[in-house]
Design a protein around this ligand. Structure first.
Ligand code: NAD
Length: 324
């Protein structure tokens, strides 16, 4: 089984993957090799330059090469189609080579069906039966700021009693501060989609509530402080309040640049609504929430920006904010 002293692979150096891999490189033993791969070669070169002082970094030319060179591989790419490409592309995908004893940690937020299917493909890949590979869905929460600080939450599609869980926890704690064993494969994804459904609706509700109070004449910081110690308080309100200037260090005070793209929130809400249908969970807020994020994703003033830009989409006043 892979251990922290061996070779790690990381695929997907985007808004989340780049800072997660940075945490890994800085906290892994300096003798451990980190093999990286992304379609974006600039990201690979920048990463290597910024982090090679912390230990060896090897740039792979495709996902298969990552599997050849590493024992534990973390993947974090946008959608199910990208995860399929990374794992299943003939000749160049992760499973195009021998997978004996490899640990695959899949951290993208995708649909449960694709995740379970990839898990089956890993189980039927080419390996020595005495040392099978292990595929686990372990999506993350905490945003780009949480990734940069190494305080992400990991939702593992595994049971605490599984022999592999201590190793998974050890690896995740290099990039985060909380790791929850959700019970079985696919349940990490289920936890993540439930969370993002909730967080997307809270952001929308906070935006609407801020807009009401501010239009009545309230200062946004005063209003946010009122929520914080009252029943309307939330992580969104206090950490990434949708109104510019309320949380000076948040992406919402930097023109909503970076962070969790509004299109990704639309994707996650759609996946959560689909999951709800599959399991017969009644939703009454889904149409409003999904409608708002779909429209904001298509609005040129909001597209490609952090999902809390839904406040802008609502027509909320954006106070001038200048950092000291
Ligand atoms: P991103 O678009 O910033 O980065 C994705 C990276 O994957 C890009 O660098 C891209 O080049 C790479 N990629 C795509 N296809 C690839 C392939 N076939 N082979 C190699 N590399 C490939 O996305 P992100 O914001 O980092 O999000 C990644 C995942 O994490 C998504 O599923 C998202 O829902 C989830 N997530 C994002 C956040 C956030 O705040 N951004 C928070 C939690 C979870």
């Amino acid at each position: 089984m892979a251990s922290l002293s061996q070779r790690f692979g990381f695929i997907g150096l985007g808004a989340m993957g780049y800072p997660m891999a940075t945490q890994l490189r800085r906290k892994l033993p300096t003798t451990t090799v980190l093999v990286i791969y992304d379609l974006n070669t600039t990201a690979l070169e920048n990463f290597s330059q910024e982090n090679n002082a912390f230990g060896p970094i090897q740039i792979a030319t495709c996902s298969k090469e990552v599997c050849d060179l590493a024992d534990c591989i973390i993947t974090i790419v946008p959608e199910g189609t990208h995860v399929r490409a990374v794992y299943l592309t003939p000749e160049t995908g992760l499973l195009a080579t021998n997978t004996t004893g490899k640990v695959f940690i899949e951290s993208s937020t995708i649909d449960r069906g694709t995740s379970l299917e990839i898990g089956k493909a890993v189980a039927s890949s080419d390996y020595n039966p005495s040392n099978p590979p292990n595929f686990v869905d372990i999506p993350v929460s905490g945003g780009t700021a949480g990734a940069e600080k190494g305080i992400l939450t990991f939702m593992a599609g595994a049971a605490e009693e599984e022999p592999i869980f201590p190793l998974l926890r050890e690896i995740c704690l290099l990039m985060g501060s909380s790791v929850y064993p959700c019970g079985a494969r696919g349940l990490g994804i289920a936890a993540k989609l439930s969370n993002n459904y909730l967080s997307g609706l809270i952001a929308l509700a906070t935006s609407e509530a801020m807009n009401i109070g501010m239009r009545c004449g309230l200062d946004p910081k005063v209003l946010s402080n009122c929520f914080a110690t009252s029943s309307g308080g939330s992580w969104v309100n206090s950490t990434v309040n949708p109104v510019p200037g309320v949380c000076p260090d948040a992406v919402t005070s930097r023109g909503y640049e970076g962070g969790f793209k509004v299109q990704l929130m639309k994707k996650d809400m759609s996946l959560a609504v689909e999951t709800a249908k599959q399991v017969g969970a009644k939703l009454v807020l889904a149409d409003a929430g999904l409608g708002a994020y779909t429209a904001a994703s298509e609005d040129p003033k909001c597209r490609d920006r952090d999902s809390r830009v839904v406040y802008r989409w609502l027509g909320g006043h954006e106070p001038e904010f200048k950092r000291d």
